[in-house]
Ligand binder design. Structure first.
Ligand SMILES: Nc1ncnc2c1ncn2[C@@H]1O[C@H](COP(=O)(O)OP(=O)(O)OP(=O)(O)O)[C@@H](O)[C@H]1O
Ligand SMILES: Nc1ccn([C@H]2C[C@H](O)[C@@H](COP(=O)(O)O)O2)c(=O)n1
Length: 233
């Protein structure tokens, strides 16, 4: 039976995929867009960081993909999807802080390249997206290409390495911009060159270069694109 939306009824659920390299503004933009439009929000990078944290915490040998694959199914990762207070736990422990350490950041690309890890996390992401009643903004590296290839809207954010390093150095007070730039470039290269669902722009994604844009301008641009998609549904 055809469903007709009447005046005053809730807008159709909308699935938004936001991908791009590190520091392009995916998290800040996704959270703000989701909050403004009443959608859920999922930070998939936090999930890969959480499984990496668990492996470090449990002494898994991270130079050995077979050792990583063997335990990929063990930790229980739970993501809270309220854009105003997103949460992440591993086996019931709040790891929102520990997953942002430089140790986890330097090891997450190796862990997230293992196919068994990706299969596990991708399944979790699809389950969360399917249960978001009003729709969801999901941000990561392979959302538009692999996790949610039928998303209503796909955005690929970019920015120059210099702009991204300056943004990150501003966050990590006093951090060296050149060293931050090199670390970003190294992580992007690893994420882009892995065999299983690498960082990539989907063919039907809208690319937004944020180098010369303020965060507010990027948010407004994405909100407009989502509203257009919702109106057309
Ligand atoms: N357009 C912008 N102009 C200036 N600063 C920005 C802009 N977008 C984001 N930022 C700032 O840059 C930093 C990185 O942004 P954010 O964490 O959203 O990026 P990200 O793409 O999610 O990064 P990662 O993939 O590494 O998690 C934050 O401090 C954020 O406030
Ligand atoms: N969909 C995703 C999301 C993240 N990753 C990996 C690669 C990133 O370097 C790492 C951390 O992500 P961040 O918190 O910086 O957004 O997680 C991935 O492979 N796929």
């Amino acid at each position: 039976m055809e469903t007709v939306e009447t005046a005053g009824s809730a807008p159709a659920a909308v699935i938004v995929a936001i991908d791009g390299p590190s520091g392009t503004g995916k998290s800040s933009t996704s959270k703000a867009v989701a909050a403004q439009l009443g959608l859920s929000y999922l930070d998939t990078g936090a999930q890969y960081r959480a499984i990496t944290w668990w492996m470090v915490h449990n002494g898994i040998e991270l130079t050995d993909p077979t050792a990583i694959a063997a335990v990929a199914g063990k930790p229980e990762i739970v993501s809270g999807t309220d854009p105003l207070s997103p949460t992440i736990t591993v086996d019931g422990t709040d790891v929102a802080g520990p997953i942002r350490t430089t140790e986890v950041t330097s090891k997450v690309s190796a862990v997230s390249a293992v196919p068994e890890v990706r299969a596990r996390i991708t399944e979790l992401q699809r389950t969360i997206a399917a249960s978001a009643e009003k729709g969801i903004v999901v941000e990561g590296r392979d959302i538009g290409t692999t996790v949610l290839p039928d998303a209503d809207l796909k955005i690929f954010l970019t920015a120059s390495p210099e702009a991204r390093a300056a943004r990150r150095s501003g966050e990590l007070k006093g951090a060296d911009v050149a060293a931050t730039r090199e670390a970003l470039i190294k992580r992007d290269a690893a994420d882009s060159s892995r065999k299983t669902s690498p960082l990539a722009k989907a063919g039907d994604a809208v690319e937004v270069d944020t180098t010369e844009l303020t965060l507010q301008q990027v948010i407004e641009c994405v909100v407009t694109l989502v509203e257009e998609k919702r109106a057309a549904k």
